[in-house]
Unconditional design. Structure first.
Ligand SMILES: [Zn+2]
Length: 60
């Protein structure tokens, strides 16, 4: 998994409030804890702002 892919997956996990999934992706990738927290926050903000999720499960 590339760094960008990992960050995108963590962002989606943040969007869904799935901290467990975020931590699993974090553990499997080599991104920093700061980048991990940042990606989770970005996902949470997307949801707060009413933006559509970009993950496979949410796409129509
Ligand atoms: Zn989604």
């Amino acid at each position: 998994m590339t760094r960008i892919t990992a960050l995108n997956h963590i962002k989606v996990a943040g969007y869904h409030g799935d901290n467990r999934a975020a931590m699993r992706i974090y553990a499997e990738s080599r991104i920093s804890l700061a980048a991990n927290s940042n990606a989770i926050l970005q996902g949470k903000r997307m949801k707060e702002n009413g933006m559509a999720c970009t993950c496979m499960n949410c796409k129509p």
